[in-house]
Design a protein around this ligand. Structure first.
Ligand code: ZN
Length: 154
């Protein structure tokens, strides 16, 4: 990674971890999922509201933990809003790819999430980066049956 990219990476991660976007909780009609990553101490409470058309209408999170986990969650919520389940799953798969294997050309749809590709060099941090996404995956599974669930994504 070049120094320039490294600086961009640092500033985006720091910005999102200090000022997370979509931070909070959706009060009505949302699926709530709790996830944690004991190896680092990261936690997340994700709420996802699906529209009648099946699209991700709104997504918010509350959490604490390392900068990578919080920045990934913040960036994820920005990208998922308005997406269909199929698009959201595609994004999840693509993001998992860039943080685990060498991808020559990370898909443009990931936007700034592509900056997190550097975590693949640090296997412990992959869990940090994936925490919010695993929680979102659980939310997709629970779509339709509504109740709050607690889970531990891996
Ligand atoms: Zn972490």
């Amino acid at each position: 990674m070049s120094t320039e990219l490294d600086e961009l990476y640092q500033s985006v991660i720091l910005d999102h971890s200090k000022r997370p976007r979509n931070f909070g909780e959706i009060a009505d009609g949302a699926v709530h999922v709790h996830g944690d990553n004991p190896s680092c101490g990261d936690e997340i409470d994700l709420s996802v509201k699906f529209g009648a058309d099946g699209l991700v209408e709104d997504v918010k999170f509350k959490g604490m933990g390392c900068a990578i986990s919080q920045a990934s969650a913040s960036l994820m919520t920005m990208k998922l809003k308005g997406k269909s389940e199929a698009d959201a799953r595609e994004m999840l798969r693509a993001f998992h790819d860039i943080v685990t294997v060498e991808v020559a050309e990370p898909p443009r749809m990931l936007g700034d999430l592509r900056l997190l590709a550097g975590v693949k060099k640090f296997p412990q941090r992959v869990k940090c980066a994936m925490l919010a996404w695993r929680a979102f995956e659980q939310a997709l599974e629970r779509k339709g049956d509504g109740p709050t669930v607690s889970t531990e994504p891996h």
